[in-house]
Design a protein around this ligand. Structure first.
Ligand code: CA
Length: 237
């Protein structure tokens, strides 16, 4: 259980709720507002897309089946235009194909209908925590005393410069873009090596080993974690 971390998050978020089922939209809007969030609601896909483009949201809660433009299309268009606002997708069916399509379209997370409102709130809080940990300007990723400057391609730990190869930097960036999240070896292979057919399967483990030697070896706080049977994560607590 990680209730301590949840208790620490008090941020009010500006949320776009895109849902055409009136009763569900009303219920979701009410609980989000009770949590202290500011909620805009759209019931039409085209309207939602225009709204998402015109305002700065912290999270978009996005239904899939909508009039005029579906949720996948909205997510794809937003991502294609460089909009990185976190998207929590509401899918009607729990099929792998639906989930894959949502994630491929650019969704960060998904919930299968019908869902408990408490679970929706938990997902929103998780997105809020991830947002809090990521930098506002997007040029520097920070976790505890580790900093990654994406423009100068420089990494520092406690102000001390860390020399990284291109692949090491990209791997560290992939981990730091998903703080606290477990990334599987195949996800890391895709993100860092683009599934290069010549890549050996143990390359991720090898590079994690290199990264640990450079990033964690001299620090008391070890950031790069092995999640047994799952993959790797970077986290400070
Ligand atoms: Ca719908």
């Amino acid at each position: 259980m990680n209730s301590g971390a949840e208790m620490c998050f008090h941020g009010t978020m500006h949320i776009l709720l895109v849902e055409d089922e009136r009763r569900l939209a009303t219920a979701v809007k009410r609980v989000l507002e009770e949590e202290g969030h500011v909620v805009d609601h759209a019931a039409d896909g085209g309207d939602a897309y225009a709204q998402a483009k015109s305002e700065d949201y912290d999270v978009i809660v996005l239904d899939v089946m909508l009039p005029t433009m579906n949720g996948y299309e909205i997510a794809r268009r937003l991502r294609a235009s460089g909009d990185a606002t976190p998207i929590l997708m509401l899918t009607a069916r729990d099929s792998i194909q639906d989930r894959v399509e949502g994630l491929d379209a650019g969704a960060d997370d998904y919930l299968v209908k019908p869902f408990a409102l408490a679970e929706l709130l938990a997902r929103i809080r998780a997105i809020g925590r991830r947002q809090q940990m990521s930098p506002a300007n997007g040029n520097v990723l920070t976790l505890a005393d580790l900093e990654l400057d994406l423009r100068s391609r420089e990494a520092t730990r406690d102000g001390r410069r860390i020399e990284l190869t291109t692949k090491e930097f990209t791997l560290l960036e992939a981990l730091m873009r998903h703080p606290g999240q477990v990334l599987t070896r195949s996800q890391l292979l895709e993100l860092v090596w683009n599934y290069d057919v010549l890549t050996e399967s143990n390359v991720v483990d090898t590079y994690i080993h290199y990264l640990r030697a450079k990033v964690d070896k001299d620090s008391e706080l070890k950031l790069i974690r092995t999640i047994r049977g799952a993959g790797y994560a970077i986290r400070a607590n």
